[in-house]
Design a protein around this ligand. Structure first.
Ligand code: BEZ
Ligand code: FE
Length: 288
């Protein structure tokens, strides 16, 4: 076959892999070609525009390294990460909703005992975080592994300033107790921008968008027999809840940081300065 035109080329390309041995590969490639070709027929890019697109993707790849993944950021800021999350975790009203993992999770976070202070050298308003982890049948999950990480009150994660902080801070791993509970001290996080010094920053600017994420605490919770839960708790007072740069906010995940004057904190400790508290109970889905 030859002499393809704007109308006939799509089916010709799809026909070329009609014998692909893996039916899923065949399905995915056919859909990709169909949508890409429709995109070109819709947008009708000039040669210059197409070259710009190729260059944009090339630069997106080149800026990636062991600690920076611009393609994930591109997926996040185009809402694709949350769409993949939505098709894999349909909301059923019983289990805690998930949201983006983000680029700042580390696999081997420091382990802490209940009630520890994980702030390290991060400065900010002290915050006492407490919660429990339940299975969807209501039973407490004992010994669940709770990873938490968050930004400081300048909007930076420890991994972005390891030298200044002398190691991890605002990050830790806990095990839930016999009631499924966990608690720790840290500092109150603030809103922060996704990285804007690469192609994604260029895209956000061209789209007339801001790069901010509302203040949040990240959680990754693992328990035997249950699906891994990747989620956040968002600060209800944040100004960016309705315009999160990565579309990750869900109403159910929004909670109050409650401010308290100096005095006796919920864990019985005496606090000489004002502090905040926040509480969340997580419900995990059983492995299907
Ligand atoms: C984060 O919450 O850490 C994050 C998520 C997506 C993109 C950038 C940062
Ligand atoms: Fe974050």
């Amino acid at each position: 076959m030859r002499d393809f035109n704007e109308k006939t080329i799509t089916d010709a390309v799809i026909q070329r892999f009609a014998d692909a041995p893996d039916p899923r590969i065949k399905q995915v490639c056919a859909s990709l070609v169909r949508h890409l070709h429709d995109f070109v027929r819709d947008v009708r890019p000039s040669y210059e525009e197409w070259e710009y697109a190729i260059d944009f993707l090339t630069r997106t790849g080149k800026i990636c390294n062991g600690s920076r993944q611009e393609f994930i950021l591109l997926s996040d800021t185009l809402g694709v990460s949350m769409l993949v999350d939505a098709v894999n975790n349909p909301v059923d009203g019983k289990v805690t909703q998930s949201t983006v993992l983000g680029p700042f999770f580390v696999d081997d976070a420091p382990k802490f005992e209940a009630g520890a202070d994980i702030a390290g050298k991060m400065r900010g308003m002290p915050a006492y975080v407490s919660g429990s982890v339940f299975s969807q049948d209501g039973s407490p999950l004992v010994g669940a592994l709770v990873d938490v990480w968050h930004s400081d009150d300048d909007g930076f994660y420890d991994v972005q300033q390891l030298e200044k902080l002398g190691g991890n801070a605002g990050r830790g791993q806990f095990k839930t107790d016999e009631k499924g509970a966990f608690c720790f001290w840290t500092i109150k996080p603030t809103f922060y921008p996704v990285p804007t010094d690469g192609p994604v920053g260029e895209m956000l600017k061209a789209q007339g968008r801001h790069p901010w994420r509302p203040a949040h605490l990240h959680f990754l919770i693992r328990a035997p027999g249950h699906r891994k839960l990747v989620t956040h708790i968002f600060d209800r007072a944040d100004r960016y809840l309705d315009s999160d740069a990565v579309f990750g906010v869900k109403e159910e995940l929004v909670r109050d940081f409650i401010d308290h004057p100096p005095g006796i904190a919920p864990d019985g400790s005496k606090r000489d300065s004002a502090y905040a508290t926040i509480q969340y109970d997580f419900v995990m889905a059983k492995q299907g």
